[in-house]
Design a protein around this ligand. Structure first.
Ligand code: DX5
Ligand code: ZN
Length: 216
């Protein structure tokens, strides 16, 4: 079983991004989670491609890009230009999900589908064998530092069951409110990758917290 950690750039110190990226390069972090917001799909705006171009140059970790925007398919070339490993689009933001998943894979990236807390896992049954990853939101997207929604653990279990029953290979990632109090339970429920922002960057020792969340 995978136990991967994807620290969220959203909680980094934007005045000293290079320092935080160097800290992550030297940590046990597996990926770097990048939250792109448009103020329409979610009630907030984060950072855009001009900033991310420099982030991509400074990080040694594979980029795990989470688009919280309407029409995310418009940005496949921009995400690809960052050399991203994973491109996550929201189930709720895409009408022709099957087509968009193929387009992301044709661009050479892993295709991830993200579901909001109110979107049931069973809606993924006809796409699960096509996707490389499912990102379960365990808070309502738009902000870091929110409280973990406990029902998300049940959703991880349901998704693990669906993946196993269909002999699919999608990874399960969880995003929002992940911390020491729930990380091991999420991995035990079947999660492969945990995103963490506030828990890592507000810790006295972020490097140690990354290892702790991995169970080391
Ligand atoms: C929320 C973002 C998350 C966020 C997680 O909209 O998708 O990636 O940065 O932050 P924490 O871990 O602080 O909840
Ligand atoms: Zn995210």
């Amino acid at each position: 079983m995978n136990r991967l950690i994807s620290p969220s750039l959203l909680s980094a110190d934007f005045a000293h991004l290079a320092d935080d990226l160097q800290m992550l390069n030297q940590s046990e972090a597996d990926w770097l989670h990048i939250d792109i917001m448009d103020g329409v799909f979610v009630p907030n705006i984060s950072f855009g491609f001009p900033v991310l171009k420099y982030v991509a140059q400074l990080t040694e970790k594979p980029l795990d890009v989470h688009l919280m925007v309407v029409h995310p398919e418009k940005f496949i070339p921009e995400v690809k230009a960052l050399n991203a490993a994973v491109m996550n689009v929201h189930y709720e933001a895409v009408i022709h999900l099957h087509r968009v998943v193929q387009q992301i894979k044709e661009a050479g990236m892993k295709a991830g589908v993200t579901i909001n807390p109110s979107t049931p896992v069973h809606l993924l049954s006809d796409i699960i064998s096509e996707v490389d990853l499912v990102l379960i939101m365990s808070v309502n997207p738009g902000f870091g530092g929110q409280k973990f929604i406990e029902h998300s653990i049940e959703k991880v279990k349901q998704l693990r069951k669906m993946i196993d029953e269909q002999h699919a290979t999608a990874l399960i990632e969880v995003d929002g409110g992940v911390c020491q109090a729930n990380a091991s339970r999420l991995f035990a429920a079947g999660a492969d990758v945990l995103v963490a922002g506030n828990a890592i960057f507000s810790a006295p020792n972020p490097t140690e917290m990354i290892s702790t969340l991995k169970g080391h």
